[in-house]
Design a protein around this ligand. Structure first.
Ligand code: URA
Ligand code: CA
Length: 435
C-alpha cells in the first residue's frame, strides 16, 4: 500500500477501507509517514468528509495506537460522561457522586487541560489533600468499594490522536466533524467505559457555536460509539451564558457542594439531573428517565449524594470536612463587586468573554506549564432574564490583586442590559440517541 494512493482516493471523494485507514494511522504514529503527506490526507478529509463507517474505523485505529484502560474488574456497567467544554461547567464534580449514590460505577479518568478554569482534577485539588495520582489497581479497588473514583490521565492513551491533533492545529484542519468526533471518541473508548453520555455544548462559550453544527457533531459521536459497541447518547446543552453562577476552581467546588445539598443554581441542577438520568438508565439502574430523575432528586434532598461526595474526597486523601465548611477552601484576598451602570433586564452574559475574564484573574492555564490560582474567579449574581437596578451588584470578582480595572472593563463589555423583553435561552436544546 502507498500513502500517495490513499491521499489520491480521498482527494477524489471515495471512501477509504478499514485497511487504508489503519495503514495511515499506524504509519503516521510510527513516523513512517511524514507530516506533509498526513497534512494532505487530513485536508482531503476536511473537504471530502467521511462515511459513518470510515469514522468508526478511524476511531478504532486511533484507540488501537496506544494503551487501553481495562475496567473489566469493576462489576456492573461502567458509564462515562464527556462534555465538549464550556465556561464554569462544574457538572462532573456533581454528577460523579450523585450518580454513584444510586449504585452506578463511575470510573472517571480526567485531565487538567488548558482553558478558562482548570480541569476536573485541578478543581478537586482545591480540597486540601486530594490527589488523583493513584495506580490503576488502586483506582479499580476504589470504584469497587465506593462506586466512584477519579484518576489523572496516565499511560500512553491514543498517541495517534495526540500527533494528529498537533498537526491539525497548524494546518487549519481542526474544525472538521469526522476529525473532531473521532478524536474525542477515541479518548473516551480507550478509557474503558461501557456506555457514554455526551454533553455537547452550543452557544458563545462553546466549541460548536452554531446549534446545527453541535447537532451534527453529536450525531457523529453517537454513531461512532454505537458502531464500536459502546452505548452512546448525547444531550445538546446551552453555553451562551456560563453554567451555574461560579467560574473558578475553588468557587466551583463550593457550587458543587451546594448543588449536592440540593441548594445549587437552577440551571446547573437541571443539567445534572438531565445528564445523570441518562447515565442511570444506560447503567440499567432505572427503567425510565423519569424514574431515574426522581431517585436522583431524592438523593440530592436526603443527603445521600452529598455523603457520597465526602466518601469520595476522603478515599483520595481529601479533607472531607471541607464539604461541611467550604470556607476552608482557598479564598481570594479581594472580593470586588461589579455594579450595574443601568437598570433593566440582563440580556446577554457572553460565556467565552466571562471565561476570558476568569483567565485574566489567573483561574486557568494559558500554556501547559502555567500555574493556576485555585482561589480566584467570578460569581454571578444575575443571569439572563433577571432584573437589575442601577448600582446593584451583577457579580463578585474574587481576585488576588487589588486593581482589577482590566477585568472589570472586560466584564462590562460582555454583559448587556436591556429595557425590552428578553428571551431566555433554552438549557437543553436536543437529545440525540440515534443517528
Ligand atoms: N477536542 C478534542 O479532543 N479533539 C478535537 O478534535 C477537538 C476538541
Ligand atoms: Ca459554574
Amino acid at each position: 500500500m502507498r500513502i500517495y494512493d490513499v491521499i489520491e482516493k480521498k482527494r477524489d471523494g471515495q471512501p477509504l477501507t478499514k485497511e487504508e485507514i489503519q495503514f495511515f494511522i499506524d504509519g503516521y504514529t510510527n513516523d513512517d509517514i511524514p507530516d506533509y503527506q498526513a497534512s494532505a490526507l487530513l485536508m482531503a478529509i476536511y473537504f471530502q468528509d467521511m462515511t459513518e463507517e470510515e469514522r468508526a474505523n478511524l476511531t478504532t485505529a486511533m484507540v488501537e495506537s496506544g494503551d487501553k484502560i481495562d475496567l473489566s474488574a469493576i462489576s456492573g456497567i461502567k458509564v462515562d460522561k464527556h462534555s465538549t467544554g464550556g465556561v464554569g461547567d462544574t457538572t462532573t464534580l456533581i454528577l460523579a457522586p450523585m450518580v454513584a449514590s444510586l449504585g452506578v460505577a463511575i470510573a472517571k479518568m480526567s485531565g487538567r487541560g488548558l482553558g478558562h478554569t482548570g480541569g476536573t482534577i485541578d478543581k478537586l485539588e482545591a480540597v486540601p489533600g486530594f490527589h488523583a495520582e493513584i495506580t490503576n489497581s488502586e483506582f479499580i479497588d476504589l470504584v469497587n468499594k465506593n462506586k466512584v473514583a477519579v484518576v489523572g490521565q496516565s499511560g500512553n492513551l491514543t498517541p495517534a490522536d495526540k500527533k494528529i491533533y498537533g498537526l491539525r492545529d497548524v494546518t487549519a484542519t481542526v474544525n472538521s466533524i469526522p476529525l473532531i468526533a473521532s478524536s474525542i471518541m477515541s479518548k473516551k473508548i480507550a478509557s474503558g467505559a461501557d456506555a457514554i453520555v455526551l454533553d455537547v455544548k452550543t452557544g458563545a462559550g462553546a466549541f460548536m457555536k452554531d446549534i446545527n453544527e453541535a447537532k451534527e457533531l453529536a450525531g457523529a459521536m453517537v454513531s461512532i460509539g454505537n458502531q464500536v459497541g459502546r452505548n452512546t447518547m448525547a444531550v445538546i446543552s446551552d453555553m451562551s451564558q456560563p453554567l451555574g453562577n461560579a467560574i473558578g476552581n475553588a468557587l466551583e467546588v463550593k457550587e458543587a457542594i451546594e448543588t449536592l445539598q440540593g441548594k445549587g443554581p437552577e440551571d446547573l441542577t437541571e443539567l445534572c439531573l438531565t445528564l445523570g438520568s441518562q447515565m442511570v438508565v444506560l447503567a440499567n439502574k432505572a427503567n425510565s428517565l423519569e424514574e431515574a430523575r426522581v431517585s436522583l432528586k431524592e438523593n440530592l434532598m436526603n443527603g445521600k449524594a452529598f455523603e457520597q461526595f465526602k466518601i469520595f474526597l476522603a478515599s483520595q486523601g481529601g479533607e472531607a470536612n471541607v464539604a461541611d465548611s467550604p470556607e476552608l477552601l482557598p479564598q481570594a484576598d479581594h472580593k470586588i463587586e461589579l455594579l450595574s451602570k443601568q437598570s433593566g433586564t440582563v440580556e446577554k452574559i457572553i460565556a467565552d468573554d466571562i471565561g476570558t475574564a476568569a483567565m485574566m484573574l489567573g483561574a486557568g492555564r494559558a500554556t501547559k506549564d502555567s500555574e493556576i490560582d485555585l482561589a480566584v474567579g467570578i460569581v454571578l449574581h444575575k443571569k439572563i432574564g433577571d432584573d437589575v437596578k442601577e448600582g446593584e451588584s451583577l457579580l463578585t470578582i474574587h481576585s488576588s490583586r487589588q486593581d482589577v480595572e482590566d477585568v472589570k472593563e472586560k466584564l462590562y463589555a460582555s454583559i448587556s442590559i436591556s429595557n425590552a423583553a428578553v428571551k431566555i435561552p433554552k438549557l437543553v436544546h436536543d437529545t440525540i440517541t440515534k443517528y
